[in-house]
Design a protein around this ligand. Structure first.
Ligand code: GLN
Length: 483
């Protein structure tokens, strides 16, 4: 077996048994990253990785190994990394070298994980196909003419192509789950507040949440354990103990009640995807679960509510990218207002500008009540729907994406991109945890099953996903040419 054919868990065992060193492991993955044509990385930190790997080997030799010690990973370029360029896929941050680490970066460093580089992403995490990156689109390893999903497209493609055992992602409206689904890997968006947002470049602060992207649920449990936890530097982080997510992976699913929202199986859902999802859900019956149709009547408001709230928050968050404080500045500005206008006009891409304009408009006097306040009311109704459903069932299952990955360049208008987020957005609006796990193949492209739980049920979600992965081998399928 070559290193990339092993899961994170297997690599962890190998390192701890001293079957191989982190330097050997890291060198192997660096070679794969360097030979890859997916454009999954914005920055490759090969030299730093070897320094970190050497350090990890000395930690292992001293017997003080942590869960991720010596394990290579790809870090979404939205997390600040001290001394390493952090661009968030945008020209406006292009020469920005962070003077400090995000909490997630710090936790990974403290665990002595080995960073291979910064993963490509949609500009400032806005997008569903990774086509909005200033650094160019990422290719889906299952078919190089297709998108990997977005915005954590580089992170997903890197795991699917086995360039890294795991990666980090962030999910504001689906950006961990949807690329995980489109690339056939496992992705977990934790409950809002579970993972610190400190040092994670803000898109929409009330929705953003970081999480793991891995081959298996077991691996996601290991990564989540490391990155989760209270952080006094993030006022929305929850002061709750982090369970050992690995402990309950083997719990029985006997008696599990699964809700299937009828709104998730209506118009717009591709037939092939639908069949795969229904077959996958049926699999849970043989594991002792029961199925029940449920309703989320306000699900139809998710797209309009999200595409008001997220732009409103981003128009405020991105005001700090002004050409003065960070990154890009226009050439020879005439005066201060010329500096602001041209730096922002030249530094931001079209989609980001569109959202800043929508957000500024919706927040302006006279429109606030008509748009922003209405969107907040819809958000409450969407959250209430979930709470009603969770009185009857333990988890909700359905598709992550209405289709499999589409051709790069084929979605010409922004709205067709927004529509592809139909099943993921409401989870962020409600702040719930959810996963995407590989659950089928349709037209040679992977299909992800969506598992949504109530607040703080990551442990149960991982357990459910792990039991499914014990019984099926969808998560073991790899793109052609990648074995
Ligand atoms: N596709 C959604 C958007 O464009 C979600 C992005 C995300 O989760 N970061 O906003």
């Amino acid at each position: 077996m070559e290193f990339h054919q092993l899961t994170l868990k297997e690599l962890q065992k190998g390192l701890s048994n001293k079957d191989f060193s982190s330097v050997e492991l890291t060198s192997h993955f660096i070679k794969r990253v360097q030979n890859s044509e997916l454009n999954a990385f914005i920055t490759v930190t090969d030299e730093l990785a070897l320094v970190q790997a050497k350090k990890a080997d000395s930690i292992i030799a001293s017997g003080k190994m942590n869960d991720l010690t010596g394990i290579p990973y790809a870090h979404k370029d939205i997390f600040c990394t001290e001394g390493v360029k952090t661009s968030a896929g945008s020209k406006i941050l292009d020469p920005f070298i962070s003077p400090y680490d995000a909490t997630v970066s710090e936790k990974l460093n403290d665990s002595h994980a080995v960073m291979l580089g910064k993963a490509n992403m949609d500009e400032l995490a806005m997008g569903s196909g990774n086509e909005n990156s200033f650094y160019g689109p990422v290719k889906n390893p299952w078919d190089l003419s297709k998108v990997p999903g977005g915005s954590s497209g580089g992170s997903a493609a890197a795991v699917a192509a086995k360039l890294t055992p795991f990666s980090t992602g962030t999910d504001t409206g689906g950006s961990i789950r949807q690329p995980a689904s489109l690339c056939g890997i496992t992705g977990l968006k934790p409950t809002y507040g579970r993972v610190s947002r400190y040092g994670m470049i803000a898109y929409a602060s009330s929705l953003d949440q970081a999480g793991p992207m891995t081959q298996t649920a077991e691996d996601a449990a290991i990564v989540l354990k490391t990155i989760a936890g209270f952080d006094k530097r993030d006022s929305t982080s929850a002061d709750k103990t982090v369970p050992d997510y690995e402990k309950s992976l083997n719990n029985s699913l006997e008696g599990l009640k699964i809700g299937i929202p009828k709104e998730y199986f209506s118009e717009g859902l591709d037939d092939g995807v639908k069949q795969n999802i229904l077959d996958a859900i049926k699999e849970f019956e043989s594991l002792g679960a029961t199925l029940k149709e449920v309703s989320l009547p306000h699900a139809k408001f998710a797209i309009p509510a999200y595409y008001i709230i997220a732009p409103c928050e981003c128009s405020s968050n991105l005001s700090r990218l002004d050409g003065v404080r960070y990154g890009y500045r226009c050439e020879s500005p005439k005066d201060l207002s010329d500096l602001y206008i041209r730096s922002r006009s030249e530094g931001f891409g079209d989609e980001v500008k569109r959202r800043i304009m929508i957000g500024s408009f919706a927040l302006s006097a006279g429109y606030y009540d008509a748009y922003y306040l209405k969107a907040l009311k819809s958000r409450r109704l969407i959250s209430n729907d979930f709470q009603e459903v969770f009185k009857e069932v333990d988890v909700i299952m359905g598709p992550v994406s209405p289709t499999t990955a589409w051709d790069i360049g084929s979605k010409k208008d922004p709205v067709s991109n927004y529509l592809s987020d139909i099943y993921t957005l409401s989870v962020n609006l409600a702040g719930l945890p959810a996963m995407s796990i590989p659950a089928g193949i349709s037209d040679n492209m992977p299909v992800g099953l969506h598992i949504i739980g109530n607040y703080w049920t990551e442990e149960r979600l991982l357990n459910i996903a792990h039991q499914f992965q014990n019984q099926t081998d969808w998560h073991k399928k790899s793109p052609k040419g990648i074995d």
